[in-house]
Design a protein around this ligand. Structure first.
Ligand code: SAM
Length: 146
């Protein structure tokens, strides 16, 4: 419970992405997500981290995929890969921010965001195809610290 509260703040993710989490990669999950994204879509990847899913969607699905995250560390890594990313706190997400997207992907992000914000995010995405991967928090905790 404590980790979950701390993880809602940007400072937590600065530490995470600064300390080796760049190796975080779950290719089998990204492949499953990609299967559900129509070829050539415009995608908003919310909580994009270092951009591994963005990269896959761009290269394998010919998507125009833009990532959104509030972690400077993660975004600077994605930018080094020339991936289009935007700094945004998802707690402030509005439908206008993702107006150009027809698909939204959320990979291991939604579980870190409390209600009612989580519902607001989903409301902002309601006219889009949403592909979501979530993990129970105890498993995420293992990823981070195991
Ligand atoms: C477990 S990581 C997953 C990253 C990426 N989707 C992946 O699969 O590698 C969760 C991401 O959500 C981002 N995040 C968490 N809360 C956020 C918020 N309120 N606004 C923007 N990004 C947030 C974190 O910075 C982190 O990059």
């Amino acid at each position: 419970m404590r980790l979950w509260r701390v993880a809602q703040e940007k400072e937590y993710w600065a530490d995470v992405w600064g300390e080796g989490m760049r190796k975080f990669d779950v290719p089998e999950v990204y492949a499953r997500i990609a299967e559900h994204v129509p070829m050539g879509s415009s995608v908003a990847d919310l909580g994009c981290g270092t951009g591994l899913l963005l990269q896959r969607l761009t290269m394998e699905r010919d998507c125009h995929a833009v990532g959104y995250d509030f972690s400077d560390q993660a975004l600077s890594f994605a930018r080094k890969l020339f991936l289009p990313v935007i700094e945004l706190d998802l707690r402030n997400l509005t439908p206008d921010d993702i107006a150009g997207a027809d698909v939204v992907t959320l990979a291991f992000t939604l579980e870190w965001i409390p209600d009612p914000v989580r519902h607001r995010i989903l409301e902002a995405c309601k006219d889009k195809l949403c592909v979501v991967a979530m993990t129970p928090r105890w498993t995420i905790s293992t990823h981070l610290h195991g």
